[in-house]
Design a protein around this ligand. Structure first.
Ligand code: HEC
Length: 167
């Protein structure tokens, strides 16, 4: 229940902008704290400033991931709206931020942003980003990065987490 209020507001906002979307999809410039920026430096700065915390929906708890260590994942309102509508292919702009923890400290981030409308393993659908140390040194960034996309292709349009903000 506690997720309903911001999401209801945001779903309302989505309904309002839907006619605009058919002309030009929203991007990081028009929705800075809903869609993560996709440049190496801008994305890292945005993460370090916790840009996702304002509007994204968090998992209820930090937990162990089978792959990513100790994590807490956040979904943006576009993805949350898609899950609410039971869509299996997410809209452009859908995004997840995963905080990577060491103890109770955030030490890095994994991010996915849907940059094209349709899932297509041949095409540039998802941007993947990962930094293990918050400095961006040795960060990975790329569309459909094979290091990430192979395993994520087993998910629902590349979403692997079973966290659903709605029942
Ligand atoms: C061997 C499989 C595997 C690989 C490789 C992998 N992931 Fe994941 N990822 C998972 C699984 C499983 C989850 C869901 C469990 C969890 O961590 O919460 C997940 C969750 C995520 C999430 C949260 C959204 C979601 O899909 O659940 C993000 C963001 C993410 N991974 C990013 C990345 C990035 C970036 C890379 C490459 C640098 C990557 N992953 C590589 C298996 C993988």
């Amino acid at each position: 229940m506690r997720y309903l209020t911001p999401v209801t507001l945001l779903l309302g906002a989505l309904a309002v902008i839907t006619p605009l979307q058919s002309q030009s999809a929203p991007d990081a410039t028009s929705w800075p704290n809903i869609i993560p920026p996709t440049g190496q430096t801008t994305l890292l700065n945005w993460l370090n400033k916790s840009g996702y915390k304002e509007n994204f929906l968090p998992e209820p708890k930090i937990h162990a991931s089978p792959v990513h260590g100790t994590v807490k994942t956040y979904y943006n309102p576009i993805l949350a709206g898609d899950l609410h509508a039971k869509r299996k292919v997410f809209r452009k702009g859908a995004a997840m931020v995963k905080e990577l923890y060491s103890g109770n400290k955030v030490t890095g981030y994994s991010v996915m942003v849907k940059v094209q409308k349709h899932a297509n393993t041949q095409g540039p659908d998802w941007l993947f980003y990962e930094t293990a140390d918050k400095t961006g040194q040795n960060a990975l960034l790329g569309r459909n990065l094979s290091a990430c996309a192979g395993c994520h292709s087993e998910g629902v349009d590349y979403l692997r987490s079973t966290f659903r903000p709605y029942k």
